[in-house]
Ligand binder design. Structure first.
Ligand SMILES: [Zn+2]
Length: 366
């Protein structure tokens, strides 16, 4: 459909960028990143800060929902920002921005004890062969970018938190890891058990399973899981306790600080039905600090095709894309590495481009 935005783009750019996949156009079309940043800043200016009491009075509360304060810094004040909805599928929710730390989260959020309601049935129904290949390509791209931690499993312990139907665990067992997974969806786990040979998967929390609760993990992964968690500090603290001192947590999640969100607002693709929290380059390291990690690294995400060497862009365009991703938002997805201690940075941090030391929760309070 010829929307006003599409007509404006046609007038500005002609057909010059038609061969560029839509998610990458924002980085290549001249000026577009500045326009999007400006749109995002204007939206920030228009939103008004209010007390949680005022906010409660004007926003409806669903049966499995609860109002919350900022999960990262505790500020209870609310700045309503977005209202994603899908009229056809019949869902809608509110997203607020914390006026203190800038964290974006759904409020009301889902009550943790009702989280299983979202995944009880039918969650794995959309898997196709092409989808599986694309997913596994993405896992490989991220593993290659993070580097040595994934290079050779060599019997080291790996836990995939929110393993779904086991597509990543299949790669992990092929690379020689002693691999485990947990998930909330019984349907997905049944599928995972058919796919896997040595990796073991369980329903529920890691602390419910003796083999996993024993800890000592070298690598823990969260592939598109973090945005679904209503108690991220508690969950990541638990995962930190399962890591060895030189262990790493690798996270892939939608980038709530991206130019895509700045341009699209409530229509942004990261606002899916079951997403609860939206991290950025600033707020994800805060979460890792609050969970007791000593350092965090961020890895720019250039898109699966570019990273896998399968892009239709010219070499010059790819160089420009990489430069602009590096200098703007780090990409549509956020890839982060949480290092349990400095020993983990020494052992696995060599290839991660942007590693920063984190203040402990005690230091941050001072
Ligand atoms: Zn906050």
């Amino acid at each position: 459909m010829a929307t006003p935005k599409k007509i404006a783009a046609k007038i500005l750019y002609g057909r010059r960028y038609d061969h560029v996949p839509q998610p990458q156009q924002v980085y290549l079309r001249p000026g577009e990143r500045h326009i999007r940043r400006t749109l995002g800043a204007l939206r920030d200016l228009r939103s008004r800060t209010m007390s949680l009491e005022d906010y409660r009075a004007r926003v409806p509360l669903g049966e499995i929902e609860e109002f919350i304060s900022c999960p990262l810094c505790g500020d209870s004040r609310q700045r309503p920002m977005y209202r994603p909805r899908d009229a056809k599928k019949g869902w809608e929710y509110q997203v607020v921005k914390c006026p203190s730390c800038g964290f974006l989260y759904r409020n009301p959020n889902i009550r943790p004890e009702r989280l299983g309601d979202l995944y009880a049935t039918g969650y794995s129904g959309f898997l196709s062969g092409a989808y599986a290949r694309q997913r596994q390509r993405r896992y490989r791209v991220v593993m290659d970018a993070v580097g040595p931690a994934f290079a050779d499993g060599d019997g080291r312990r790996l836990l995939d938190f929110g393993c779904g139907n086991g597509l990543f665990l299949q790669l992990a067992e092929q690379r020689g890891f002693s691999a485990y997974g947990v998930d909330l969806s019984p349907d997905s786990l049944a599928e995972a058990r058919q796919r896997l040979t040595s990796a073991q998967v369980f329903h529920g929390s890691p602390t419910d399973v003796d083999e996993i609760a024993a800890g000592g993990f070298d690598v823990i992964t969260m592939w598109s899981v973090l945005a679904h968690l209503p108690r991220p500090v508690a969950d990541l603290s638990m995962l930190r306790s399962l890591l060895s001192d030189d262990g790493v947590l690798v996270i892939l999640t939608v980038n709530g600080g991206s130019l895509h969100l700045a341009g699209l607002g409530s229509a942004w693709g990261g606002f899916t039905r079951n997403h609860l929290m939206f991290y950025s380059r600033d707020t994800l390291p805060r979460l890792l600090a609050a969970a007791g990690f000593e350092a965090a690294g961020l890895v720019p995400f250039y898109g699966d095709e570019v990273a896998a060497g399968e892009s239709s862009l010219t070499p010059d365009e790819q160089r420009l894309l990489r430069r602009r991703v590096d200098s703007t938002d780090y990409g549509a997805m956020l890839v982060a590495v949480g290092f349990a201690t400095d020993a983990a940075v020494d052992r696995w941090g060599g290839q991660v481009p942007d590693v920063r030391r984190l203040a402990s929760p005690e230091q941050a309070r001072r």
